[in-house]
Design a protein around this ligand. Structure first.
Ligand SMILES: Nc1ncnc2c1ncn2[C@@H]1O[C@H](COP(=O)(O)OP(=O)(O)OP(=O)(O)O)[C@@H](O)[C@H]1O
Ligand SMILES: [Mg+2]
Length: 220
């Protein structure tokens, strides 16, 4: 099972091309997406998350496409946004963590959320808007991991985290079985990927083994 882009293209409201056309089969268990600011990384992840529909072409997966069954996508694909403000919706940490699981219809959503907070005593009723940037990131990641989707899309997962938190995050992600597609300009986030795709102005400039593509990107 893999996500596939078929001539997928995204245009902005003025009709200017932001991404594509891209045709990619994303089957490796760790895929990195690298590229400069504005090259289309977040747009690509939004397409794969069914948060944005292609202007042309399609995104296929799970026996269907985002156009046909995008509303089912959250069952299969979890996404951690680049900007936590685009993800956090609720006043308290516990509500935030339980929400996704509730949407999936899990009766023990609240209990699972409480369990996840065992390592952060006193956090359940902390106000989300009072958390630091890195703490918000932790909540966003935790909420998505709790949903145990088959695919995880991570947009700049380590931005805003201190070194200790980055190490912990990388170790945790390395231990997960879920497929991960990670967008980042930090090569350290992508070193372990089986395949790295380098985007430039919405198109693939290069792709292949992480060491080669990241080296070429850093030299460019
Ligand atoms: N809704 C929109 N309307 C117009 N332009 C948009 C829209 N969304 C994205 N863009 C443009 O598309 C391009 C790609 O944006 P995107 O956020 O995908 O880049 P990115 O690679 O994630 O950048 P960064 O590294 O800064 O996060 C940018 O030039 C951006 O201005
Ligand atoms: Mg981005």
């Amino acid at each position: 099972m893999s996500l596939t882009l078929e001539n997928a293209q995204v245009d902005d409201p003025q009709g200017r091309r932001i991404l594509g056309p891209l045709s990619l089969q994303l089957s490796e268990s760790r895929i990195g997406v690298v590229g400069n600011n504005g090259c289309g990384k977040s747009t690509l992840l939004r397409l794969l998350a069914a948060l944005q529909m292609p202007s042309q072409g399609c995104v296929r997966g799970f026996g269907t496409t985002t156009q046909e069954q995008g509303e089912q996508w959250p069952r299969w694909v979890g996404v951690v946004f680049q900007n936590t403000d685009h993800q956090l919706l609720f006043p308290t940490v516990i509500e935030e963590l339980a929400f996704g699981m509730k949407q999936l219809g899990w009766p023990d959503a609240e209990a699972r959320a409480q369990q996840a907070l065992a390592e952060r005593p006193g956090w359940a009723y902390r106000r989300v808007h009072e958390l630091s940037g890195g703490e918000k990131k932790w909540v966003c990641l935790r909420a998505v991991l709790l949903m145990q989707t088959q695919v995880l899309l991570l947009d700049e997962p380590s931005s805003g985290l201190d070194q200790g938190q980055r190490r912990q995050l990388r170790a945790e992600l390395a231990g997960l079985e879920q497929q991960q597609i990670i967008a980042s300009h930090d090569p350290q986030d992508l070193q372990h990927c089986e395949r790295v795709i380098w985007l430039e102005q919405g198109r693939v400039r290069a792709e292949g083994a992480a060491s080669e593509v990241l080296e070429a990107y850093l030299d460019a």
